[in-house]
Structure formats: C-alpha cells, structure tokens
Design a protein around this ligand. Structure first.
Ligand SMILES: NC(=O)c1ccc[n+]([C@@H]2O[C@H](COP(=O)([O-])OP(=O)(O)OC[C@H]3O[C@@H](n4cnc5c(N)ncnc54)[C@H](O)[C@@H]3O)[C@@H](O)[C@H]2O)c1
Length: 337
C-alpha cells in the first residue's frame, strides 16, 4: 500500500492511497483539526476521475469542519472516498488497505460509514486503525435533527409548529431518507419518496403509506418541503429555477453546487436550512458516544438543532444575508474562539 501526500490549499492533509494487491484507490482529506480530531465519512462510489474524487472529498471534509463547529462539538472535519462500485468492488482486503492508509494519519481522522459503506465495513477498517465509529447507526439521529430543522423552517415561513398535512418530498430512501420518511409520517405529514435503487422507496412506503414517484422528477415536484437525502450538488444553476417548494431541509451533505446558490433560493423565496447545520444530528450523536455520554443526552442535543436553524434563519433575515452565509459565520466564530 502506498500513500502520496498532495499539497492542497485550505486542507491540512490530503492523501492519495493505492494498493495494487486489493485494487484500492482512495482519497483521505483532513480539513481542519483546530477543534479536535477530524471525524468524517467513508464514501464508496464510482467517480469519473481521481480529480473528481479529490474535489468531492475535500468539499465534504470542509463541510464536516463547519458542521462540528456550528454544532459546538470539539471535533474537526475530514472525509475519505474509495473509488469503485461498492456492489462489485468492495472486498475485505480493500477495506483493510483503506484502514491501513487511515492509520498513517495517527488518529487525526476518525471514520464513520456513509454512502456505499456500512457499519460492519467500518468495524473491519477498525481492525487496522483506531479510533473508528462503528457502534451505532447515526442515521436515525440525523433524521431526527432534520425533522426539527424542518419544523423551524416551517415556523419561520408560516408560523406553524406542527407538520400535519405538510407535503414533504424526500429524495433518497437510504439510511437517513427512510428514517426521515418514518418520522414525518408519524407526525402526519404527506410524504412522497423516490430512490434510484429499485425497491428502496417502495419498502419504506409500504411501511408508512408514503407515495412513491420516479426519482428524476422528484426535485421539481410541487411540495411544501424538499428534503434531499441522497448525494450532494442537486441545487445547481440549472435546477434552481425548476424548484416548486417553500423550504429545503434534508440530510444530504453539500446540497448546493456553490454557496451563491443560497442567494438564488432566497430570491425565489425558498427557505434553505444550511445542510451542515440541519444534518448534524448523526455527528452530535457520535461525538456524545465518543465522550461516553448517554443516549438521552445525545437526543436532547440533537433536538436543539431546531434552535440552531431558527437562529440561523433569524440572523440571515436581520442582516440581509443568505442562510448559508449566516451558518458559515456561526461556524467560523466558533473556530476562531
Ligand atoms: N448517515 C448519516 O447519519 C448522515 C449524516 C449526515 C449526512 N449524511 C448524508 O446524507 C446523505 C444520505 O446518507 P445515507 O447514509 O442515507 O446514505 P445511503 O447510501 O444509505 O442512502 C442514499 C440513498 O440515495 C439514493 N439515491 C442516490 N441518488 C439518488 C437520486 N438521484 N434520487 C433518488 N435517490 C438517490 C441511493 O440509492 C440510496 O438509497 C448523504 O449525502 C450523506 O453524506 C448522512
């Protein structure tokens, strides 16, 4: 296994890892450890090029720094991606090689599962490096925080505090999306869900009574709340004009293709809950676990995401700035304190 350290502006460590024997090609980015070790996902998916993998990995690492800082956690931000199709290319040898690559950072990067990896994958990685987060699935806590973020956005927009009858469109029925569909359905929301993998949306719909639609059309379907819970970058210069929702708040990381898109959303009178604030529930839960705190304490902290979002929305309104800018200011103040 070989690792090559690349120079990259604004990133503490950027590692390109290769292992001929297992076929591993992966990237690890440690963005900022001012507040603590960098906790972040291990994502596995095919990328068109190594450059594309580096771009996504560094952007997600930065998002984790902002997320931990805005949530008041003593953690830094990092990320890692493995290039390949998890359904065909994932082997124990490849995961172990990625673990050995993470180990070269001496505990500066703490991995947790993300798209394309599972907790048992992280447990295997944990046989090569320490610490890792492989104990409990953080997704239900991420979804719980998103519900509170949605509630804060709806209250900001219309003064309502309950979600009954609210039309919420959930993109992605994976770990976070399926949990979110369940929670929203319990609150009486009318949920529509879509997933590109056959059977996923249907399965959670059968359980909850949600409506299933084709994934390509979901982002532009009329609704009160669009909840992106798949991959990032779905709000672009091309898609922003087609949105027909009042609020965007979901679990996915890096939903906007650029920070300026938040201004486009404000111009269209769409309330945007910055992703790194609204989807911090899972990270808060993991941080509490690392500190040895109990489940109730973690849950209470996750529920306070609604207050964080309300604060960000008020600040943006007061100062005439985008919600993304307001959330960045919150995170940067903590990083400098
Ligand atoms: N798991 C967590 O606790 C957590 C925490 C914070 C942020 N996130 C972010 O939330 C998102 C989802 O994470 P997850 O753990 O649920 O992943 P997951 O892999 O379990 O689920 C993602 C789902 O999205 C589907 N999908 C992909 N592209 C789609 C599209 N265009 N339309 C509809 N469905 C599509 C996939 O088929 C998959 O079922 C990711 O962006 C992740 O980084 C997750």
């Amino acid at each position: 296994m070989s690792t090559e350290m690349l120079e990259a502006e604004g990133v503490e460590n950027l590692l390109v890892c290769r292992d001929e024997e297992s076929g591993l090609r992966s990237i690890i980015a440690v963005h900022d450890t001012t507040l603590g070790a960098a906790l972040g996902g291990v994502r596995m998916r095919p990328y068109p090029s190594e450059d594309a993998a580096v771009t996504e990995c560094t952007a997600l690492a930065e998002a984790m720094t902002l997320k931990a800082a805005a949530a008041g956690l003593d953690l830094g931000g990092g990320w890692s991606v493995i290039l390949g199709d998890p359904r065909q290319d994932k082997t124990d040898a490849l995961l172990r090689a990625h673990g050995r690559a993470i180990a070269t950072l001496g505990g500066r990067f703490i991995p947790v599962n993300d798209v394309g990896t599972t907790q048992s994958d992280i447990a295997l990685i944990g046989e090569e490096t320490s610490p890792v987060c492989a104990q409990d699935d953080p997704s239900p806590m991420t979804a719980l925080g998103v519900v509170e973020g949605i509630r804060a956005c709806v209250r900001h927009r219309s003064g309502r505090t309950d979600l009954r009858g609210l039309r919420v469109n959930v993109q992605g029925a994976g770990n976070v999306g399926a949990s979110l569909v369940r929670l929203l359905s319990t609150e009486g929301a009318h949920v529509t869900v879509a997933d590109v993998l056959p059977g996923r949306a249907e399965s959670v719909a059968a359980e909850t009574g949600a409506r299933v639609v084709e994934p390509a059309g979901l982002p532009a379907l009329e609704c009160d709340v669009l909840a992106p819970c798949a991959l990032g970058g779905i709000i672009t210069g091309e898609t922003v004009g087609s949105l027909r929702c009042g609020v965007i708040a979901g679990g996915a990381n890096n939903v906007l293709d650029s920070p300026e898109r938040a201004d486009d959303l404000a111009e269209r009178d769409i309330v945007y809950a910055p992703d790194f604030c609204v989807n911090a529930g899972g990270l808060i839960f993991l941080a509490e676990q690392l500190l040895g705190h109990d489940f109730d304490q973690a849950r209470t902290r996750v529920l306070s995401i609604g207050d964080v979002i309300a604060d960000v929305l008020d600040r943006a309104h007061r100062e005439g700035i985008s919600t993304t800018r307001a959330a960045h200011d919150l995170a940067e103040a903590r990083l400098k304190s």
